[in-house]
Design a protein around this ligand. Structure first.
Ligand code: ATP
Length: 326
């Protein structure tokens, strides 16, 4: 039987649509199981500065359709130091919080892992990032919404692109991961996706240009993953201007609009299932795991695996894009 009577919940790092659905589910599942819940504002920062408030069922009413996170988020340099983490630990003890649910990306879970080990403290993580770059889960909370936003934006850009016969490079987010670019390209009918995972192995730009864009096409749209490897859309466009000056090139960077908006049904359901699973995990005496989803089943992924391993791109999906974009 688990000894957890009170849990703390926080969101940290970049916000992602669906985080609110996760906060709601964690809160309600905890209350359902007789636990009390404390909302910690501004991630690890608010934990250190004591921005903590008791959450009841009604505190999470009507938040499921909202993007962003009602708990706010922040980056916190102090939590990277032992002293900062010590302060955070003292706060948890003061508030009688027995376990922590942390929602965020790679950095958030890295911090969670270090903290959990240092203080032998139970932490469960939820993968909240539009980038989908956490290993051990098929998808992360926010990814589907961002993908849909990208698709809608690219549809709009295509309308203007076809009127002018241009080569458009559209930069999408993803940190160093190409999931948004690759699947965004398929969903929007783009001609290609330039992603760091492949750009490292093959010169995707040269291949694209040399195999030739179909002459009958009035415009070409290429999604470029933001990345130091690809140089992003600006880097790729600069190469084209220099090496292939015959093209009329345009660049569009979608930027932060990709993080916003009401979450899709898929993200709301994923976040809700994962939120409930976080409480199940604590009841099960699981600690220092990230909740993941694999083939539609909830799984527990040790932090060490979720963070350390690079999540691979499925080469079949890249092949699919190549087949349909001729
Ligand atoms: P996203 O993927 O959306 O950017 P993230 O969770 O990866 O989200 P980061 O800014 O990398 O965002 O990390 C969030 C916070 O986690 C940091 O501000 C810091 O407080 C904490 N954190 C990150 N890395 C570490 C670390 N090595 N040690 C301790 N804390 C860390």
């Amino acid at each position: 039987m688990s000894m957890v009577k009170c849990i703390g919940i926080l969101t940290s790092g970049g916000d992602a649509p669906g985080m609110n659905a996760a906060i709601r589910a964690v809160t309600r599942a905890a209350i359902h199981n007789g636990m009390s819940v404390k909302g910690i504002y501004r991630g690890y920062k608010g934990l250190i500065t004591n921005e903590i408030k008791e959450f009841k069922t009604q505190d999470v009413s009507n938040i499921i359709p909202r993007g962003g996170t009602i708990l706010k988020t922040a980056r916190c340099e102090e939590f990277r130091t032992v002293e900062g983490r010590q302060l955070a630990y003292e706060r948890l003890v003061e508030h009688n919080i027995d376990a922590l649910v942390a929602i965020g990306g790679d950095g958030t879970l890295t911090g969670a892992r270090i903290f959990a080990q240092e203080f032998n403290y139970p932490v469960v993580g939820l993968p909240g990032t539009i980038d989908n770059d956490l290993f051990g889960t098929d998808v992360t909370i926010g990814y589907d919404t961002a993908l849909n936003t990208i698709m809608e934006c690219v549809d709009k850009i295509r309308d203007t692109a076809t009127s002018h016969e241009r080569l458009f490079f559209i930069e999408v987010m993803g940190r160093e991961a190409g999931f948004l670019a690759l699947n965004g390209a398929i969903a929007s009918g783009s001609e290609a996706a330039i992603i760091p995972e492949i750009y490292l192995e093959r010169d995707q730009l040269a291949e694209m240009i040399e195999t030739g864009f179909r002459k009958s096409k009035s415009s070409s749209i290429v999604l470029v993953a933001e990345s130091e490897v690809t140089g992003g859309a600006i880097g790729v466009a600069a190469r084209v201007k220099k090496e292939y000056p015959q093209f009329d090139v345009r660049v569009s960077i979608l930027g932060h609009l990709q993080r916003g908006g009401s979450p899709t049904a898929r993200d709301r359901i994923l976040a809700t299932r994962m939120g409930v699973a976080a409480i199940d995990a604590l009841l099960d005496d699981q600690r220092n795991v990230m909740i993941g989803i694999q083939n539609d089943a909830i799984v527990y992924v040790p932090f060490s695996k979720a963070i350390k391993n690079l999540k691979p791109i499925n080469p079949d999906i890249m092949k699919t894009l190549e087949i349909v974009s001729i």
